[in-house]
Design a protein around this ligand. Sequence first.
Ligand code: UDP
Length: 352
Amino acid sequence: MQKKIIITGGCGYIGSHTVVECLENYTRKNGYDEDYVVVSIDSYLNSSASVVENIKKLTGREVKNYDTDLCDYEKTKKIFETESKDSELIGIIHFAALKSVPDSVADPVFYYQNNLNSLLNILKLSKEYKVKNFIFSSSCSVYGNAKELPVSENTPFGVAESPYAYTKQVGERMIIDFAKTSEHQKFVLLRYFNPVGAHVSAQIGEDPKNPPTSLVPIITLTAAGKRDKMHVHGSDYDTRDGSCIRDYIHVSDIAEAHRLAIDYLVKNKETAEQIEIFNLGTGNGVTVLEAIKAFEKVSHQKLNYELGERREGDVVEIYADNQKAKTVLGWIPKYGIEEMMSSAWKWQERNV
Ligand code: UDP
């Protein structure tokens, strides 16, 4: 029986880094009984087939991607049928989802349809094919504008500031309700803060099909001359320099947390709670202007930016209490804001 991990959205930004993390670690060389097979399901809605080739080059290992929309239940079921033959499906890591706050404000129906239908289908199939371990990509946006900072996993949900944030709140709730009907499965919900940066090799990174709306790709595109200038969305907030505060976290640190979450569930199958929630952030709040300064320092560039209007759907300030992930998963984020920026810049320069 081959051991397999199914990663939905494995060609996307965080998904591709997690595929690499799994391929590099789940090997005989690292003490596992065999090299685990990693299978991705990614429709290329916001990614491309070249990512699969880059992953193969980077790891020297095979990875298969099914170019399938998870909202299509029958097609997705066929994948599970094929991949479960003579194999043990160790876990599912479910990334595939849309993630832009402003795009979700502009097209909420598309966001609800895509993010929630795909989750429902993958949950149903995970139960049908007896996949014991399920990791879900959630987000710190579930906390809304929290009253107390840093936010811990016990901080209650706030008002969802965007349809995107609401898809994550509903997604978590769907999993909690579903879990009650599927006692043989365990679930880890990972609440990402702001994943940024790229793999140290610069072979994979953030490469959205639509113009990006996230801060770091906008910074690097502007620095590369692909945009004339960028705007800081709001400079009159009640923060130390007037711009919003976020907890930026290197994408490779986030990827590692997924592997640790699977390991945790496998090693503690008797004792782990059925649902565990972890914040994934560094614990450091960084303003937009501080992020820009860190970029300017490591890239030796002066960024062309202006202070602009506030953006609808933004929370003012958020950063993580990450103690639980550190203690329970043994997760130690390795990278600081300057390394995040330099890896993002290296990725951008490679793609100019
Ligand atoms: N931001 C900005 N200019 C941009 C893009 C983003 O000032 O061109 C700000 C945004 O308003 C927020 C922070 O950068 O305060 C992080 O935004 P991002 O979209 O990267 O992540 P979010 O936390 O909103 O999901």
